[in-house]
Design a protein around this ligand. Structure first.
Ligand SMILES: NC(=O)c1ccc[n+]([C@@H]2O[C@H](COP(=O)([O-])OP(=O)(O)OC[C@H]3O[C@@H](n4cnc5c(N)ncnc54)[C@H](OP(=O)(O)O)[C@@H]3O)[C@@H](O)[C@H]2O)c1
Length: 351
């Protein structure tokens, strides 16, 4: 047996965490097709907090069951290495990228694919497929070892940015000339702004007063305003990343029928209220649509091109701070939940 650890959070109060120490099976105890992964490097942003805030609604708590009633394991994106395997195609040392627990280890039941494998564990069977797929780095044309930190931080977020921007372009911006974006300092929001640059619309970023300077420094928005400031009354789409009722209502009051579409993507303000005026954007749905339209290769080629353009710039916008081990992971988690992190740095944790 080998020692392992898992960070569990109280589902009702995400700041309450516990590090559980346990033992994991070695090869002799793995069943057919099972593979033991050692988690290596993950990113942590407000998106992971959302997994906790709407964990029951979307099923995020069900990916990595652990802890007692009322506790859960928050998913993170990152790299892991195979340390024991029952499959010749996934030998020890294979490095993979995908959806991982806040834990040192994960056992998956792997069904091989052209780019890696899918975890077919029973408890994950009815959860969105995008979260169950793992890429083997040696089979991933987009993998670059020197960009691992950018990948764990941005790849899942930028996929959303890319698909969201694509959906707006596909719908001719619903006739709008302006796109208003809240939590404009967040990575998913500014990734979307980057995808929408030079598409013939004006990009207005709304952010907290303390984040105005950073958001302006990105050079991605035509205008950056603090929450509460007035926007111009013209046909607009609202991309809501913060989920604040106040910000949404103020925009509806000001713009009236000029607000032609209100799309809810995130809830950095951590309230999960559903407003009938908002349409929820769930990236895996648009992913399914574009996979059907373009095929997996066509989608990968288009996304790859956008991703390369984004990573060429992202490193200069936000500095990466590295942390290590479960205690530092918990420290970063608490800061991210409390909104105490600074948008000009992003946190990567090595396990
Ligand atoms: N629907 C989807 O498929 C999908 C996919 C990916 C991400 N998302 C969502 O997009 C949002 C942004 O995620 P991200 O990972 O890109 O975020 P991030 O880069 O970590 O965002 C940081 C920013 O979020 C705001 N913020 C963070 N914590 C806060 C708090 N406790 N209170 C108030 N504001 C806080 C602040 O922005 P401001 O000062 O500018 O408000 C902060 O600068 C998340 O809600 C995430 O779940 C949705």
């Amino acid at each position: 047996m080998i020692s392992s650890w898992t960070v569990v959070a109280d589902r009702g109060d995400l700041t309450e965490t516990e590090v559980l120490h346990d033992e994991r099976p070695e090869l002799a105890e793995l069943s057919d097709c099972e593979v033991l992964l050692r988690v290596s490097r993950v990113g942590l942003t407000a998106n992971n907090v959302t997994y906790g805030v709407i964990g029951d609604l979307i099923g995020y708590w069900r990916f990595f069951p652990a802890g007692s009633d009322g506790q859960g394991v928050v998913p993170v994106w990152g790299f892991a290495d195979v340390v024991d395997s029952t499959l010749d195609a996934l030998p020890t040392g294979t490095r993979v990228y995908g959806y991982l627990p806040m834990a040192s280890h994960l056992v998956v039941r792997a069904r091989l694919t052209s780019s890696g494998f899918v975890d077919t564990a029973d408890h994950r069977a009815d959860l969105p497929a995008v979260y169950n797929s793992y890429l083997v780095t040696s089979q991933d044309p987009a993998y670059d070892e020197s960009l691992e930190n950018l990948q764990v931080l941005y790849r899942p977020l930028f996929l959303t940015s890319f698909l969201l921007a694509d959906r707006l372009v596909d719908n001719d911006f619903h006739g709008a000339r302006t796109v208003v974006i809240s939590s404009a300092s967040s990575k998913t929001a500014f990734g979307t702004a980057q995808c929408l640059r030079d598409r013939g619309v004006r990009l207005v970023g709304l952010t907290s007063p303390r984040n105005v300077e950073f958001t302006e420094s990105l050079g991605l928005y035509d205008t950056v305003l603090p929450y509460g400031a007035s926007v111009d009354v013209e046909p607009s789409v609202y991309l809501d990343f913060n989920g604040s009722d106040d910000v949404r209502s103020a925009l509806h009051d000001l713009l009236g029928t000029s607000l032609v579409k209100d799309i809810s993507i995130g809830l950095t303000h951590q309230t999960a209220s559903q407003d009938p005026r908002s349409e929820f954007f769930f990236a895996p749905e648009q992913l399914r649509k574009r996979t059907a339209d373009w095929g997996s290769d066509g989608l990968a080629q288009r996304f790859g091109e956008a991703w390369r353009g984004f990573t060429a710039q992202a490193g200069s916008w936000v500095g990466v701070v590295e942390h290590s081990g479960p205690e530092e992971l918990v420290e970063v988690w608490r800061a991210v939940v409390a909104g105490k992190t600074n948008p000009n740095t992003a946190d990567v944790i090595t396990f």
